[in-house]
Design a protein around this ligand. Sequence first.
Ligand code: FES
Ligand code: FES
Length: 192
Amino acid sequence: MSKTTKGAESGEAAEVMQRQERRRITLTLNGRERSGYCEPRELLSDFLRHELGATGTHVGCEHGVCGACTVRVDGVAARSCLMLAVQAEDRAIDTVEGQAPAEGLSDLQEAFRRHHALQCGFCTAGILMSCADYLERVPEPSEAQVRDMLSGHLCRCTGYTPIVAAVLDVAAIRARARHAAAGVVAEEACDA
Ligand code: FES
Ligand code: FES
């Protein structure tokens, strides 16, 4: 057998072994059940991008520092570069692709646009996912709290000020809507 044939066979064998090592996992991505194959050591960020095509999740440092890869895992913001894809099995994963409603943008995305809170946009998907989680847990944050939350993200373009303004703007708009709804309920209770 020639050296070339032997080399091709061992290459094929390695490929077959690699395929066998890959494991099929199923998760819920932005509300839809999705399945794909991953190696046991594959990062969730790579699985989302390369296997499921969810390239809105960006990868910067790949060691948990920059925040670009942030997604929500069962609603909680998490670095997808610090998680293995196999750990996401049967979990609900939300990425920036799922943030906007069927038509238009989410209120956070609109506010980022209004306040010019992005330039190159590399950090933006991760920041939006963190902000979405944070505002659900802390609906009326102070500026200091927003800055503290954003300290988990690196943005090389904006200087952060417009991002802070956008987050505070959304918090204020949501608070006004909540208070107005509470007022209507209170009025209805008085009339009853
Ligand atoms: S790529 Fe995950 S934190 Fe930087
Ligand atoms: S907008 Fe460029 S890194 Fe944040």
